[in-house]
Write a protein that binds this ligand. Structure first.
Ligand code: GLU
Length: 452
């Protein structure tokens, strides 16, 4: 059977680094296995799901290069969930409950105060037809719980190894709300079964759900001849550098803000997230194919990985230093540097942590600069030795060789006044690369102390 995985975000907020790491791991798993990757929007929470979040998810995944082979939206599938719910009711696995949230809170509080786990007591199973009729005549509407088998639930998790739960230690989960709307615990299983998902790779916050969902898969198989229980992998969730969980509301760690405000390259984020929390070293990679080749879910460790924005920025810089012009031409044009070419990019990229910083160097090579010409006699001698154009990468060496021979200066005394006059700054990209971009006309004027 061919491998099929899914990434199933709820469009109730922006994707943050933690969510998108799970998307990436699923995608890498699929590509490595030659299988397929489904994007599924878990949008049955109609109050909180928003079309702009759904669009944001698609935009973020596309930006990272995580293309999907199949797409599904849970809100398109209510008919199917109703069908499955009807079958589960008929087989007695879904049973109606009438407790109000307040009554349930009281029950929980009383169990907890006795030092017992807050497991639902199945009082609703003891109701007779007359009790139910009376409750409904009082205006109560049922919600529906799934009757768990009180047997062990076991699976071999690709990250956690053997996992064991006792069915009796779990509460029968609510699968259908009072208003008839199905909940995630059910819809996810129906979709995974119908869409023949072979591996469910998600965060370890879902481990207890998995115990319950395995029983739902089995119940579907029994009533419908459908669901095969997938293989599960639960990854430890990313935390921030201090060990705190990343919440969806943490705007600064959203993929959108890393892209739009922090100037992070997609491959920097992918290179980091593919390796964080694994036994592989984090290294700059320029293509997803390289990450696919290196991917193995067995390398994912059970220890909590920490996401450090500084580490991401350092990796971004290392990636920029390697990226060829073609890969950034679009970004440079978007910055207004339409005329930037490979020579410019290669000159400035060693000095960049973010592509947008190229603007500063463009201003040095292509716009008037007020030079720091504080050694005029020396600069005049140097200017007189400027070779005729055309200039290339050897011009700087030829010229400064001549200046050195003529003035007897060397090292910092030779180079710093030239740099300050030519660029207006003490530091920057190698002048060998910048000089031909600045050109003779500008260079001559700047050496004469003129803004040019
Ligand atoms: N919509 C769920 C979430 O975002 C999906 C979890 C799952 O992968 O099953 O947590």
């Amino acid at each position: 059977m061919s491998v099929a995985v899914r990434f199933a975000p709820s469009p109730t907020g922006l994707l943050h680094v933690g969510n998108v790491r799970l998307a990436l791991v699923n995608w890498l798993f699929a590509r490595k296995a030659g299988g397929n990757f489904l994007l599924r929007l878990d949008d049955t929470d109609e109050e909180r799901s928003k079309p702009e979040y759904a669009e944001g998810i698609e935009r973020d995944l596309t930006w990272l290069g995580l293309t999907w082979d199949r797409f599904a939206r849970e809100s398109d599938r209510y008919g199917r969930y109703d069908e499955v719910a009807a079958a589960l009711k008929a087989s007695g696995r879904l049973y109606p409950c009438y407790e109000t949230p307040e009554e349930l809170n009281l029950k929980r509080a009383s169990l907890v105060s006795q030092g017992r786990p807050p497991i639902y007591d199945r009082a609703a199973l003891r109701l007779g037809d007359a009790d139910r009729a009376r409750l409904e005549s009082e205006g109560r509407k049922p919600h529906w719980r799934f009757k768990l088998e009180h047997t062990p639930v076991e699976w071999t998790d690709l990250v956690r190894g053997p996992v064991h739960f006792e069915g009796a230690a779990l509460s029968d989960p609510v699968l259908i709300r009072e208003d008839g709307r199905p909940l995630y615990t059910l819809t996810s299983v129906v979709d995974d079964a119908d869409l023949a998902i072979t591996h469910v790779i998600r965060g370890e916050d879902h481990v207890a759900n998995t115990a319950v969902q395995i029983q739902i898969f089995e119940a579907l198989t029994n009533s419908e001849g459908g669901g095969v229980v997938p293989v599960f992998a639960h990854l430890p969730l990313l935390t921030d550098a201090t060990g705190q969980g990343l919440s969806k509301r943490l705007g600064s760690l959203s993929v959108a803000s890393l892209r739009e405000e922090e100037g992070i390259e997609p491959m920097a984020l992918a290179s980091l997230l593919a390796k964080l929390g694994t036994s592989d070293a984090i290294e700059p990679r320029l293509t997803l194919d390289e990450l696919v080749a290196e991917f193995d879910i067995a390398k994912v460790s059970r220890a909590t990985p920490k996401f450090d924005p500084e580490e991401l920025l350092r990796l971004n810089a290392r990636i920029l230093h390697l990226l060829p012009f073609e890969r950034v031409a679009g970004e440079l044009a978007a910055l207004g540097l339409d005329d930037a070419d490979a020579a410019f990019w290669e000159a400035v990229r060693p000095n960049l942590s973010r592509v947008a910083e190229a603007r500063d160097w463009w201003a040095v090579t292509h716009a008037p600069v007020a030079p720091a010409a504080d050694d005029p006699a020396f600069l005049a001698e140097a200017a007189a030795l400027l070779p005729e154009e055309p200039w290339d990468l050897s011009t700087w060496g030829t010229w400064t060789g001549a200046v050195k021979a003529k003035t007897g200066r060397k090292g910092k005394d030779l180079f710093l006044p030239l740099r300050r006059a030519l660029t207006g700054r003490d530091h920057g990209p190698e002048l060998k690369n910048l000089l031909p971009l600045i050109g003779r006309t500008r260079a001559e004027k700047r050496l004469a102390g003129e803004t040019a």
